[in-house]
Design a protein around this ligand. Structure first.
Ligand SMILES: [Zn+2]
Length: 359
């Protein structure tokens, strides 16, 4: 009898386990389809925001939300909030999250600025918020309806139709918060979409934020007025490593990443693996000039989108059409017809023409 009841119990529990796992699979399939998650191939074409993309974000947000007051904040991924007094602690810090939510309320946005690849919000009362968008973070201005963990885009249209705008991790209410009872959608909102969830936000007194290593450890900005070609050359002559690696190190020059370092090196005809200190003075000079031309051109075109980057209007940047090498493996070089190659340089991929960019 005992054995029989044990068997019945086993069959029943196995049945419920089967039912549960079947439901789980069905649910994930439906959710996957509904949220139209990017495929694995699409995840390989993410482009991290660099100087022109961050500058685009700052310029558009300054035009759209300067003077607005943050009434409240909703967070789906509290881990992105860091303690300004202990910024290296990158685990969920409940105290820092509670402080963030309390302190952000009622803050008036005086303006935004870019420092390297960081977005800095300056608030009235001497407060500042540092945001690093990391791999896939981007700000959006529009309207969303938040129901517990689900966020539904209301307007504008591209927030609903473009899946890259659909990974909302934070919403800042700039007008009246929505009233769920009356169905009022509330005022404008600033949202932060971040597929990979690597972005981080640190809110604190201005003097504390400006002392953070995110800002203090940065080298001169690639577009800084005082970064003359002479100073640029002097900095690179101290770097006994691949020019591509030196250019992408924010402690050496701030703001340059994978795309613009590849494009600048192609224009000057310098192999990405050449030692930075082995370049001739004229090469340093023309690299300085071309890099700044490319960055300014990319800002005019609202950055590069080869995957996920979107500006605060939810639109892709246009510089992708002006690229010559980045992401063009196997395509003929515009200058000599040789095929573009890709190579790992200190674990980052460099795109170059083996004919125009000799070692
Ligand atoms: Zn070539």
């Amino acid at each position: 009898m005992h054995r029989l009841s044990l068997m019945v119990w086993k069959i029943l529990s196995w049945g419920s386990w089967m039912r549960r796992s079947l439901m789980r699979t069905l649910r994930s399939l439906v959710l996957c389809h509904w949220r139209s998650k990017p495929s694995f191939c699409e995840l390989n074409i993410l482009n991290m925001p660099e100087l022109p993309e961050v500058e685009t974000v700052v310029r558009i947000l300054n035009a759209k939300i300067r003077g607005a007051v943050i009434r409240d904040a909703w967070l789906d991924w509290p881990k992105m909030i860091r303690d300004p007094y202990n910024p290296r602690h990158n685990f969920l810090d409940k105290r820092a999250v509670a402080n963030f939510k309390k302190n952000i309320k009622g803050k008036k946005i005086l303006g935004l600025r870019r420092v390297g690849k960081n977005v800095l919000f300056d608030f009235a009362g001497g407060w500042t918020m540092l945001v690093h968008q990391k791999m896939t973070g981007h700000f959006l201005v529009g309207k969303w309806a938040v129901r517990k963990k689900n966020v539904l885009a209301i307007s504008p249209e591209q927030m609903k139709t473009d899946k890259w705008n659909g990974y909302i991790r934070a919403v800042f209410y700039l007008g009246d918060p929505p009233n769920q009872r009356s169905g009022e959608t509330g005022g404008r909102m600033l949202a932060f979409s971040d597929l990979r969830r690597f972005g981080k936000m640190i809110l604190g007194p201005k003097e504390v934020i400006e002392e953070l290593p995110d800002i203090k450890a940065l080298g001169p900005d690639a577009l800084a007025r005082d970064l003359t070609s002479k100073r640029f050359g002097k900095i690179l002559r101290t770097q006994n490593r691949a020019i591509k690696t030196a250019l992408m190190d924010p402690k050496v020059i701030a703001g340059v990443g994978n795309i613009y370092s590849d494009e600048a090196l192609w224009r000057v005809g310098v192999h990405p693996e050449r030692r930075a200190n082995s370049l001739a003075s004229w090469e340093h000079e023309s690299l300085h000039k071309e890099l700044r031309v490319i960055l300014r051109e990319a800002i005019k075109k609202r950055g590069t989108t080869v995957g996920d980057f979107r500006d605060p209007d939810g639109m892709a940047g246009d510089y992708a059409k002006s690229r010559r090498v980045y992401g063009f493996v196997g395509r003929a070089c515009e200058r000599c017809g040789e095929l573009i190659e890709r190579k790992k340089v200190n674990s980052r991929s460099a795109h170059y023409c083996p004919c125009c960019q000799k070692r």
